[in-house]
Write a protein that binds this ligand. Sequence first.
Ligand code: NAP
Ligand code: F7E
Length: 399
Amino acid sequence: MSNFEHLVIILWLGLDKLVGKIPLVILISWCYITNFVKTKNKVREGQMKKALITGITGQDGAYIAKLLLEKGYEVYGTYRRLSTPNFWRLEYLGAFEKVNLIPVDLSDFGSIVEALKISQPDEIYHLAAQSFVEASFETPVATGDVTGLSTTRILEAIRQVCPDTKFYFAGSSEMFGKSGLLNGEKPLSEKDMLYPMSPYSAAKLYGYWITKIYREGYGIFAVNGILFNHESPLRGLEFVTRKISNEVAKIVLGLSKELRLGNLDAKRDWGYTPEYVESMWLMLQQKDPDDYVIATGIAHSVREFVEKAFEIVGLDWQKYVKVDKRFFRPLDVPCLIGDYSKAKEKLGWEPKTRFEKLVELMVREDINRWERWLKGERFPWDAPNYPSENKIITRALRM
Ligand code: NAP
Ligand code: F7E
């Protein structure tokens, strides 16, 4: 509905007591019907932009789907067939019913081509990946295929089917790897050396370079977002921030007794995901394609995250946290801090949510969810189905 239509309804509400409810119902129905017709006409006239999101079921995929819907896009998302459906994030954000889903296997070139033909997108956000660094040490070959090589499959499909489509690749701060250490904890910019320290970041580096090659070789509008860690209540439970916020919530409600973690000394530059997906969209609205670092410019250690999370609920973290070898990695980037000045200058993008606020909003949301759960309320949410990590035999346990 337009602002004018909202205003009319508010004024009418004032008159409602005088004239009764029937005219109000007619007016609201009329506004919704005209709005629906306008939207349909926009699609028919080709004014409405179309976006295709790979990895729409993940944290970033769900948030960018919501953002694009709010901007009036027609949104398509690819998903992979799983034995148990995984649409909880889209449902949580109220976006599930509003997006179009296309089954795609990223190892299957034909299914990617089909998805481009069905959606005819103006913009593609390629977010699907085996995104967990620790798991990439367990499955290095599969990670290379889905996180790295799938990027070439999509770019090649764009080149063949829709060369005017704009393409976003989800690059990662992990690509800087050892550079973070060699730099003496100086914030890293687009000009710094890329020096991966995991099969995940090596695969991302491949995706990053193939994106540049299709940009320079074929003139495709292809950009790399080099995003530093970004978190939210929709973050996967295996990542350290959400693992902490979820377990702190359970401990304070008497549902758990301890939190087992790996390297507490690692430092990361943690930002808030809804702000980071906005930067992806901004990158595709520029006149020319380019690559951008997105970060907050400040890093904190895992230990600091833990301290802050327990402080919020008034508990002493040292009584609950146990260090467990299983969660160490054969190689771990010690410190990553990003310099986002180019994004600030060219995109007008800046982070808003700082570390303390981020930890607090994640812990409070997990407490809220467990409280609702304990009262018997059922809603789409990952934690109740999450298995105990005690059964997981990681490579680090065998080293
Ligand atoms: P996420 O929550 O782990 O989501 C990953 C998405 O990829 C999910 O939709 C997942 O589908 C899909 N996927 C995984 N393996 C797949 C496969 N073999 N075939 C098809 N789809 C597959 O990750 P995220 O945090 O949203 O991150 C989005 C992207 O940004 C990823 O490429 C990640 O590497 C990159 N990135 C993330 C961060 C960060 O801090 N979040 C920072 C830099 C870069 P299922 O739901 O079916 O598993
Ligand atoms: O680890 C340490 C761990 O798994 C952060 C992905 O989105 O961001 C993410 O990758 C740090 C590491 O994220 C535990 O060793 C300690 O040093 O939350 P994480 P990540 O590896 O930084 C980048 C930018 C991406 O691109 C990735 O897709 O925390 N740590 N103890 C632990 N980590 C985990 N997961 N679990 C622990 O128990």
